[in-house]
Ligand binder design. Structure first.
Ligand SMILES: [Zn+2]
Length: 135
């Protein structure tokens, strides 16, 4: 199992701690800073990793929030996914994976390819003399 999740015990404890009201707090969940959602979890509960670390997932009760579906969706789309993308970009950078400025290998066909004709596909320009003939 590559992706560890909360145990049932942790989820039970988180739900009991929540008082069956959504525990999402603050901007991370699309709420005002410091404000708790408090939606009734009877309509559906999901368990969110408050701090999402793709490499070492913290499945402790402290990192487990009982949240409503709306809050969970908001955080996944607006916080967790952009954060994961940023983590991947930073890992790429640390490992020297770059998009630009890759040297072209000596035996590459790119080096011997004919230069592209910028006028390709366009009608030819009419002939014109450089100097107007004087009458
Ligand atoms: Zn909520």
């Amino acid at each position: 199992m590559s992706r560890r999740e909360f145990t049932k015990k942790t989820m039970r404890e988180a739900l009991s701690r929540s008082g069956y009201k959504c525990e999402a707090v603050g901007a991370m969940y699309g709420l005002e800073p410091g404000r708790r959602c408090n939606s009734d979890l009877a309509y559906g509960v999901e368990f969110d990793h408050i701090v999402l670390d793709a490499n070492s997932k913290d499945n402790s009760l402290e990192n487990c929030a009982s949240v409503c579906i709306k809050c969970h969706r908001w955080k996944t789309a607006n916080h967790d996914i952009p954060m994961a993308a940023r983590t991947v970009r930073m890992q790429d950078k640390a490992r020297g994976v770059k998009k630009k400025s890759q040297p072209i290998p000596a035996n590459s066909t790119l080096r011997t390819r004919e230069p592209r004709d910028p006028n390709k596909g366009l009608p030819p320009l009419p002939n014109r003399s450089l100097y107007e003939a004087k009458p």
